[in-house]
Design a protein around this ligand. Structure first.
Ligand code: HEM
Length: 137
C-alpha cells in the first residue's frame, strides 16, 4: 500500500543549510573570495605547498559543501576529513589563525546572507579555526 512513508522524506524535511544559502554557487563564491585574500597574504601564502592555489580552493570548497549538507564529493575524493591531522604539517599559530579569519570575514560578508545564516556560518568558522591551532605563540 502506498502510504505516507512512500513520500520521500527529503521532500518533507526542511532544506539543508547548504540549500538555504544558495547551494554550490554560494560556497564557490565564499572560498574563491577567501583564496583571493590568501594569495595576497605574506604569512599564509607561503604555507600552501602548491604554488597554484586552485586545487586547495577546490578541496576546501568541497569540504564546506559536504559539511553543510550538500553532495559528499569531498569524502569520495579525500576520505574522512580529519582536519586537525591534515593541518599538522602546517604551523597554525595565533597569527595564522587571525589572518585566516580576517580573509574569511571579508568573504563571508560579501555573500550578503541573512543575519541568521551569516551568524551560523561565522560561528562555525571561528570555532573550527580555533580548533585548528596547533602551535603556541
Ligand atoms: C586556522 C587557520 C588555518 C590555516 C593557516 C590553514 C591552512 C591550510 C593549509 C596550508 C592547507 C593545505 C592546502 C592544501 O593543499 O589543501 C589547508 C588545507 C585544508 N584546510 Fe585549512 N587552515 C586553517 C583553518 C581551516 C579551517 C578552520 C578549516 C575548516 C573549516 C580548514 C579546512 C581545510 C581543508 C578542508 C583543507 C584540505 C584538506 C585536504 O583534503 O587535504 N582549514 N589548510
Amino acid at each position: 500500500m502506498v502510504g505516507v512513508k512512500e513520500i520521500r522524506r527529503g521532500k518533507l524535511q526542511e532544506q539543508t543549510f547548504y540549500e538555504q544559502v544558495g547551494g554550490e554557487e554560494t560556497f564557490r563564491r565564499l572560498v574563491h573570495r577567501f583564496y583571493e585574500g590568501v594569495a595576497e597574504d605574506p604569512l599564509l601564502k607561503p604555507m600552501y605547498p602548491e604554488e597554484d592555489l586552485g586545487p586547495a580552493e577546490e578541496r576546501f570548497t568541497l569540504f564546506l559543501i559536504q559539511y553543510w549538507g550538500g553532495p559528499t564529493t569531498y569524502s569520495k575524493n579525500r576520505g574522512h576529513p580529519r582536519l586537525r591531522m591534515r593541518h599538522a604539517p602546517f604551523k597554525v599559530d595565533q597569527a595564522a589563525h587571525d589572518a585566516w579569519l580576517k580573509h574569511m570575514r571579508v568573504a563571508v560578508e560579501e555573500l550578503g546572507l541573512s543575519e541568521e545564516h551569516e551568524h551560523t556560518l561565522w560561528n562555525y568558522l571561528t570555532y573550527a579555526a580555533a580548533s585548528m591551532v596547533n602551535t603556541a605563540g
